[in-house]
Design a protein around this ligand. Structure first.
Ligand code: CP
Length: 312
């Protein structure tokens, strides 16, 4: 069993393997053929300390499609609220036979804490990072890359070379940007960051070709534009956002998209604040929007990740 802690921990060969298996599982899900039950008898715990719709459910769907048993830990009703530590909760699930632990938590280092606790006690459980604070969300990065490969009809060997991807919004607090941007850059895309000064990382960002507060500059000639949610829960004291001002300067509106290529693809990891970072007519434009394709790709991506983690 292998852990999936972050994009940076994956080799180029790992990424190629996971993305190629994602596209195979995607085709199998469409035809309902060749699914089999490769994880029959395996036990997956979803342990989410933060809310989730897409990630938690897609891991459940993925594992169920592969024949595994799936249990979602009811964190709000668990002994976490009697003060039980992450380490003790993780060890409890391991002792109950967890093969996979899909973990979402807010604190830096929580994934590492879980991996260390298991190693200390000799449990072979695979930890899969399902979103760690603002630090990373590797399976989101993988599903975003797979969605773009499919939408553009590119092979894995072509990668995303020649594509310009503008990511607009709260980049400083976004775990999606922390995983998606470096992965898309590794696959050859030109990645641009755009947001208000207070939501842009400082200094050079490896793999990021442009850091700007100017939406028109970021979107100029872009093939793909991804909007990010303002992470209200992670904003430092003193940062206030007026939704109307924000939309005017950073929202994905029809007018804003006029700076991008005419056939630009629109992405958003969800959940969306419609009318703030993205307008409804843009989000629901079926010719351009990949938002539901991203959600759909979440299932085969997590199937490929479980297969990778189980070293099948
Ligand atoms: N994209 C994403 O992680 O969505 P959820 O928070 O609903 O899982």
């Amino acid at each position: 069993m292998k852990h999936l802690t972050g994009i940076g921990a994956l080799s180029d060969e790992d990424i190629t393997e996971i993305l190629s298996r994602t596209l195979v599982w995607d085709a199998a899900l469409e035809t309902r053929e060749g699914l089999g039950a490769p994880l029959k008898g395996r036990l997956l715990f979803n342990l989410f300390y933060e809310n989730s719709t897409r990630t938690s459910l897609s891991f459940q769907v993925a594992a169920t499609r592969m024949g595994a048993d799936v249990i979602s830990v009811p964190v709000a009703a668990s002994s976490v609220h009697k003060g039980e530590s992450l380490k003790d909760t993780v060890l409890t699930l391991c002792a109950q036979g967890a093969d996979f632990m899909v973990l979402r938590a807010s604190g830096a280092g929580t994934i590492e804490t879980a991996c260390k606790a298991m190693a200390t006690f000799g449990y072979p459980t695979s930890v899969i990072n399902a979103g760690e604070g603002a630090f990373g969300h590797p399976t989101q990065g993988l599903l975003d890359a797979a969605t773009l490969l499919k939408a553009t009809g590119r092979s894995l060997s072509e990668g995303l070379r020649g594509l310009t991807v503008a990511i607009v919004g709260d980049l400083l607090h976004s775990r999606v940007a922390a995983s998606t941007a470096p992965l898309l850059a590794r696959l050859g895309a030109e990645v641009r960051y755009c947001g208000p000064e207070a939501m842009l990382p400082q200094g050079d960002m490896p793999g990021v070709a442009m850091l700007t507060t100017d939406r028109a500059e970021a979107l100029a000639g872009a093939d793909v534009v991804m909007a990010l949610r303002i992470q209200m829960e992670r904003l430092e004291d003193g940062i206030t956002i007026d939704p109307v001002d924000y939309r005017r300067s950073y929202g994905l509106t029809r007018e804003a998209l006029s700076h991008a290529k005419p056939n630009v693809f629109v992405m958003h990891p969800g959940p969306m604040n419609r009318g703030v970072e993205i307008d409804t007519d843009v989000a629901d434009d079926q010719a351009r929007s990949l938002i539901l394709s991203q959600v759909a790709m979440g299932v085969p991506t997590r199937m490929a990740v479980l297969e990778f983690a189980a070293a099948l």
